[in-house]
Design a protein around this ligand. Structure first.
Ligand code: ADP
Length: 629
């Protein structure tokens, strides 16, 4: 162990060094010998001695008692006074600085050593006690629990800072006061509802019964939880009791909001206007909401596990099982439809969505499903389907009628045309010939109308089939366009044919349909053009595939044009842009409808670019097979 460090404050040098020598001979370490109070303070700061021997009467401005009190306050070093005087005034003054002892001069060595040893011992014990006290104080002041200790008469002897905060709010000091004055509690009946709310969790109930209400000044009654224990000394003698309590305001608030929240969600599920069910992780149905139970008229006990299943329509059970089991096993969302029997024994159609759900640990916990009544929608669907079917069959009957009629009319009409041809070969005067020509024209017009009608009805029946043959595209185009060149020249209209960019001429496809498309478009172009040009441009794309290519057929004219709002409509059956135009331009409104259907049949596309008075351009694109042989 280190030698104890001693500082001597003595203005009589001889006395001072006598003490130093004596102490050093007894194995003390004399760290400083100083003659004045001021120097004593400096030396204490510098050497931090274990004990200071301090002469009371010192030369200089500061005497020993004054220096001692500064040192004590600042460095907490024990001081032993050396005094020659026995005068009580000096001793009283010395007492103020709480010294550890006095030794009167002349010094007796043994007395000096004894006093030093006692002082060292006392100072060591005091330091330990102080430290222990600091730890106890800091610990009890740091905890959230409030602590009050009372003696046998219930007078408060100790409180930690939490207790002071809660119950001594405006009191300067509670220590010494009777417990009843500051700590007034009453039973907490207010949480009876809480007990009810958590009746399923008995472990929490004890907690609740322990709780009380404590009267506070600023916060009124607050919920607390208290533990009272007897306080005894080391020998087991009862000193009083301790009350440890905890402010539960925050805890109650949290419990309340959790319960309010869960009540909210429970009632939301219960009252939700859809039938809600839940299946656990084994696939057993263990929950049905109030809306479900109201619908089936059953109790939850009747429904859980397999009970509910009896109300599903027998014809829909297989489907439901399949949808449910497949998705339950793969934990995937599903939707299905089934009929569910209500309490009135009537079945209603349900649309049901099932979703897997997971607990907070993200473990699979089952499925939750929502079923809504879609009976009305189902009935409407059936009605619509029936209406559609009867409309379709009426439409079919109409088309069949038209088709039969057309066929029936065509035979005598062909007879008329044949007879007019025969008549034309006979000798006729000019007027007769003109009348005959007119009647032949009318008959031809009627024939083309009938042919169109037959085409449309054939297509409506889906009877029109694609018939593919090998053919030469350029030849096919010429076959179509040549008659137009003759007809157009009569109207002084120029017909332009651009087939330069056809790189593949030998094709496999439905030549007749392609020709019919072009024929219809060209005859419209000619019909609706008074002067200028009609043009047919054909070219093909070099597609990625070697055996199929997209062919473009563009028929344009400089005629009357089509207003933009009619672009869609002209492709519908029996549509003509301007009904008055029928007087000027003959027609049935079937040509473009036929074109559109033929293009669809050949899996192509048709576009129209046109403005009123600025001519028209019909652009048909058809994928065609190239014949490489
Ligand atoms: P229509 O037998 O009346 O020609 P279409 O179905 O072929 O019947 O054409 C429908 C209508 O579209 C025509 O009545 C006409 O108003 C308009 N139409 C078609 N082609 C042209 C064109 N090249 N120029 C101007 N209008 C056209």
């Amino acid at each position: 162990m280190d030698k104890p460090k001693i500082q001597i404050v003595e203005d009589e040098t001889i006395v001072a060094f006598d003490i130093k020598r004596n102490l050093e001979s007894k194995d003390y370490d004399v760290v400083a010998v100083v003659p004045t109070g001021e120097e004593a303070i400096e030396a204490a700061r510098f050497f931090n001695p274990d004990v200071i021997l301090m002469d009371i009467m010192l030369k200089g401005k500061m005497d020993g008692t004054e220096a001692a009190s500064i040192i004590r306050d600042e460095f907490d070093i024990p001081i032993i006074f050396l005094t020659a005087s026995t005068d009580t005034l000096t001793v009283d003054r010395a007492k103020l600085s709480i010294p550890y002892g006095y030794i009167t001069k002349p010094l007796v060595l043994r007395e000096l050593l004894t006093t030093i040893e006692i002082t060292l011992y006392r100072s060591k014990i005091e330091k330990l006690l102080k430290e222990k006290d600091l730890w106890i104080r800091s610990t009890v002041n740091s905890i959230d629990e409030a602590i009050i200790a009372v003696d046998e008469k219930e007078n408060i002897r100790f409180m930690n800072s939490r207790a002071e905060q809660i119950i001594c709010e405006n009191l300067v000091n509670c220590i010494g006061k009777h417990l009843d004055k500051v700590y007034q509690t009453q039973p907490d009946y207010s949480n009876e509802w809480l007990i009810y709310a958590i009746k399923d969790f008995p472990e929490n109930q004890e907690d609740l019964f322990k709780s009380k209400l404590l009267q506070t000044k600023s916060r009124g009654l607050i919920p607390i939880e208290e533990i009272i224990s007897v306080v005894t000394d080391d020998k087991g003698n009862i000193l009083g009791k301790s009350i440890i309590f905890k402010d539960l305001t925050e805890k109650r608030r949290a419990e309340l909001s959790a319960i309010t929240a869960s009540n909210f969600y429970i009632s939301l599920l219960e009252e939700f206007p859809a039938l809600i069910w839940r299946a656990n992780e084994d696939g057993y149905f263990n929950y049905f909401n109030k809306t479900w139970l109201n619908f089936t008229g059953n109790l939850i006990e009747d429904e859980i596990y397999k009970g509910w299943y009896g109300n599903i329509h027998p014809d829909d059970r297989y489907n439901f099982d399949k949808d449910f089991m497949e998705n339950f096993n793969s934990r995937t969302r599903f939707h299905t439809e089934f009929r569910l029997r209500g309490k009135n024994k009537m079945y209603r159609w349900m649309y049901c969505v099932g979703n897997p759900f997971y607990n907070l640990k993200k473990e699979f916990s089952g499925f939750i499903g929502v079923s809504v009544d879609i009976t009305e929608r189902k009935e409407l669907e059936t009605e619509l389907l029936n209406a559609k079917q009867s409309a379709e069959s009426a439409d079919r009957a109409k088309s069949l009628f038209i088709s039969n009629m057309s066929h029936e009319i065509r035979t005598p009409l062909n007879g008329i045309i044949g007879l007019t041809d025969l008549l034309a070969e006979t000798k006729l005067d000019l007027e007769q010939r003109e009348l005959l020509n007119m009647s032949k024209q009318s008959a031809n017009l009627l024939l083309s109308l009938l042919n169109n009608l037959l085409d449309v009805s054939k297509m409506e029946f889906g009877k029109e089939k694609v018939v593919n043959h090998q053919f030469n595209l350029v030849n096919a185009i010429e076959e179509v366009i040549d008659p137009f060149i003759v007809q157009a020249s009569a109207k002084k209209i120029f017909v332009e044919k651009d087939v330069e960019n056809i790189t593949q001429k030998k094709l496999v496809g439905d030549k007749a349909k392609i020709q019919q498309i072009l024929n219809n478009l060209l005859s419209n172009a000619l019909k609706f053009t008074e002067s200028g040009t009609i043009k047919l441009k054909v070219f093909n794309e070099n597609g990625h595939s070697t055996d199929k290519s997209l062919f473009h057929f563009v028929v344009s004219d400089t005629g009357i044009g089509i207003p933009e709002n009619q672009h869609q409509k002209v492709f519908e059956s029996f549509t003509q842009v301007d009904p008055t135009s029928t007087r000027k331009y003959s027609g049935t409104g079937l040509g473009l409808a036929i074109v559109k259907r033929l293009v669809d049949l050949l899996e192509g596309k048709i576009d129209l670019k046109s403005k009123l008075g600025e001519g028209s351009e019909f652009h048909v694109a058809l994928p065609l097979v190239i014949n490489n042989n």
